[in-house]
Design a protein around this ligand. Structure first.
Ligand SMILES: CSC[C@@H](O)[C@@H](O)C(=O)COP(=O)(O)O
Ligand SMILES: [Zn+2]
Length: 203
């Protein structure tokens, strides 16, 4: 199978998985896989991500320019490009709108601290639960290029950058070297966010 077809099959399967988990309501969410140093496969804009076919995946370059100008890539394509440009180890990117990530992103301020969870081990360089990750929360913005510039400025000022972030009132982005690992990271992250939410509601 060609690289583009393999990527499309992985993206379709990821959409089914995340829809089954309730994290891509309506037409929310977008996904991508890096194809090579200059190109990525990304979801077409506006499709329900639980019902994707391989025709709903297209190729863009790292500036977000489509190979097939007849197709319109995700409205948030430039956030995918921003991740692949900055992190050479990123091979797949997932974006979802869960209730936990949406609620926490609205009440958290600048970051959500995840500490003491066994599932922290899904993130790189954390071999035990005795760790803490500050997941950045950035303002939502319909100007995606401007949002990506804000993210680049934020990352410039950070030491260790976790492979994910939240957008206020919007959702989460997670990346990993490949799609199976990106799915594992998203599931781990969403599990921990749900725990944080439930712990807060007990207080
Ligand atoms: C259902 S509105 C959600 C969109 O505004 C956007 O945030 C989103 O996640 C999906 O946009 P898309 O252009 O399909 O990739
Ligand atoms: Zn979104």
């Amino acid at each position: 199978m060609r690289l583009e077809e393999q990527a499309a099959v992985q993206i379709v399967a990821a959409g089914r998985r995340l829809d089954a988990l309730g994290w891509v309501p309506a037409t929310a969410g977008n996904f991508s896989v890096r194809l090579d140093a200059r190109r990525l496969a990304v979801t077409v804009s506006g499709r329900h991500k639980g019902f994707l076919t391989t025709d709903d995946v297209m190729v863009v370059d790292l500036d977000g320019v489509a190979e097939d100008p007849a197709k319109r890539s995700s409205a948030e394509t430039l956030l995918h490009c921003g991740i692949y440009r900055r992190f050479p180890e990123a091979g797949a990117v997932l974006h979802g709108h869960s209730i936990a990530n949406t609620v926490l992103s609205r009440v958290a301020g600048g970051s959500v601290t995840l500490a003491g969870y066994e599932l922290l081990k899904v993130f790189p360089g954390l071999p035990t639960h005795e760790a803490s990750v500050d997941l950045p929360v950035v303002p939502n913005d319909q100007d995606i290029a401007r949002m990506q510039r804000g993210l680049d400025a934020l990352w410039d000022g950070m030491g260790a950058i976790p492979p994910g972030y939240l957008i206020q009132g919007h959702g989460s982005y997670v990346w990993a070297p490949d799609m199976p690992m990106a799915l594992a990271r998203m599931e781990g992250l969403e599990f921990m966010l749900r725990c944080v939410l439930e712990e807060r509601s007990l207080r």
